[in-house]
Ligand binder design. Sequence first.
Ligand code: DC
Length: 224
Amino acid sequence: MISVAIDGPAGAGKSTIAKLAAKKLNFIYVDTGALYRTLGLAGAESKADIHDDSQLERLLQSSRVELKYSGSEQRVLLNGEDVSERIRSSEMGAAASEISAIPRVREHLLDMQRDMAKSNNVIMDGRDIGTVVLPNADVKIFLTASPECRAKRRLRDLEAKGEAVDYDEVLQMIIKRDYQDSHRETAPLKPADDSILIDTTELNLEQSADKIISVIAERTGIKI
Ligand code: DC
């Protein structure tokens, strides 16, 4: 099995680019952020205090998170309900960022992520895939772009979903999330020592996906 880890900050285009690359290579795309978003949603719905150990434990035990695939497209289910769309709001992004900083939550999701890579060729995106989840991944990519560029892309995505937001607000949110994700104690966002850094500030979607595919082909020897 071949595993490709793609890590990087919010809005670097990881999911769109990884999805496209996975489709072209016929790999399964695993969006690990969706798992944290789903637990963020579960926490918000239950109104549990996620910083209280026993309430958190109850929440984790009563929240069955599953990934389903049709082709290379991922759907995420919470206790059997497809929540793939509901978790995409910026509110759920913030809830995910908060819950993902708790070590017990990260441990809870670890085996599930590793199991996906045991039985499938995967492109897995997240923050700690190359450092913690799949330290032996065949290819590790750290995808980034300037905060301003990421804010513009995020703005477009949120507007397309009908969320009314302004550029400065999105930029501040991105800067805050970068800080939170890279300064937490457990599995902070940082490039693995053996990762390849790709900056997509000056690249469009196709160019970014092509670049990743050529890096994967070069490293694994697979023909494209
Ligand atoms: O990639 P995303 O925006 O869907 O991620 C939502 C949050 O989940 C993000 O703030 C950081 C967290 N996350 C994480 O801690 N580890 C991962 N592997 C993926 C996401």
